[in-house]
Design a protein around this ligand. Structure first.
Ligand code: NVA
Length: 317
């Protein structure tokens, strides 16, 4: 057995994802039942990019599990600048039982995982946001039942972390994942290929289209995300301006009317009303965005406690 991490959605098997979602649902009704971090053990939580939900939900999750969150502002730590990622990893791994990191390149978190010798969790990178997808899957399951066979449509920037994580996490769950995005912002080919492979294994499918209506037609859940992800601030005028390539992809009531009549609307937040979504949709009856943000807590408690337990089991002779 090797040390397990959660760096991308498909670091879990289908069975493990199912189990973690079950654990998340259970912990939602019994918040203090799992004390995997009793001691309190320390979890290092580092942020190289802005945060609100993630800092809150990981801090609460770690506290509920009996542990202590050591939250580090990346501007102070300057991981990879002041010292190497490998050195930081080896320092953290000797005092923390897990590392949670929000950063830029996926290669950075992979390097952290290589050297930390404790489980590492991706709290968002440029390529993936797997904790958010667990929370979203939990939200869909709670509101619409078993995930396999359901259709999840994501409309907007098809090249960002949310699109990539929906592709992997959704197909791992056996869902039909559709991405509505302009030709100029297609998902990374290797991630798309991996999603197609997962879809074939678990009974789902993948569709990438530049027609937003085709993406959402009949969907059980419609999701979107900001057109300007963290790290893309210099492109803001181009991405949100009059000639935005995403203008046709705004989630409006008219677009939602093509989805299932009782389809859910999802958004990881922060949201920009009037850009990727109209106020009417995000503030309307189909929106479950605050359930999603609450489920970050439950889903992260589930994945964190599970990884720590796996690691302990592996350490035993
Ligand atoms: N795609 C967004 C997600 C924010 C939670 C970003 O990376 O900024």
């Amino acid at each position: 057995m090797t040390l397990r991490h959660f760096l991308r959605d498909d670091d879990l098997t289908h069975e493990e994802q199912t189990l973690i979602l079950e654990r998340a649902t259970h912990l939602k009704s019994a918040p203090f039942e799992n004390r995997a971090l009793a001691g309190p053990e320390v979890v290092a939580v580092l942020f190289d990019k802005p945060t609100l939900r993630t800092q809150l939900s990981f801090s609460a999750a770690i506290a509920h599990l009996g542990g202590y969150p050591m939250v580090v502002d990346g501007n102070l730590a300057q991981v990879g600048v002041r010292e190497t990622i490998a050195d930081v990893a080896r320092v953290l791994g000797r005092q923390a039982v897990a590392v949670v990191w929000r950063t830029y390149g996926q290669d950075r978190i992979e390097e952290m995982a290589e050297y930390a010798q404790v489980p590492v969790i991706n709290a968002l990178t440029d390529d993936f946001h797997p904790c958010q997808i667990l929370a979203d899957l939990q939200t869909i399951q709670e509101n619409r039942g078993a995930l396999p066979g359901q259709t999840l449509a994501y409309v907007g920037d098809g090249a960002n972390n949310m699109a990539h994580s929906y592709l992997l996490g959704g197909t791992l769950a056996g869902m039909h994942v559709r991405i509505g995005t302009p030709q100029s912002h297609q998902p990374k080919p290797e991630i798309l290929a991996r999603a197609q492979e997962l879809a074939a294994q678990h009974g789902g499918s993948v569709l990438v289209t530049d027609d937003p209506m085709e993406a959402v037609t009949g969907a059980d859940a419609v999701a979107t995300d900001t057109w300007v992800s963290m790290g893309q601030e210099t492109e803001k005028a181009q991405r949100q301006g009059e000639a935005s390539p995403f203008a046709r992809f705004q989630v409006t009531s008219a677009l939602m009317s093509h989805a299932a009549a009782d389809a859910l609307f999802l958004h990881c937040l922060p949201a920009y009303r009037g850009f990727e979504v109209s106020a009417e949709v995000i503030d309307g009856p189909q929106s479950v965005v605050f359930e999603e943000s609450e489920n970050r807590l439950h889903a992260q408690k589930a994945v964190l406690s599970w990884l720590v337990e796996q690691h302990r089991a592996e350490d035993r002779p």
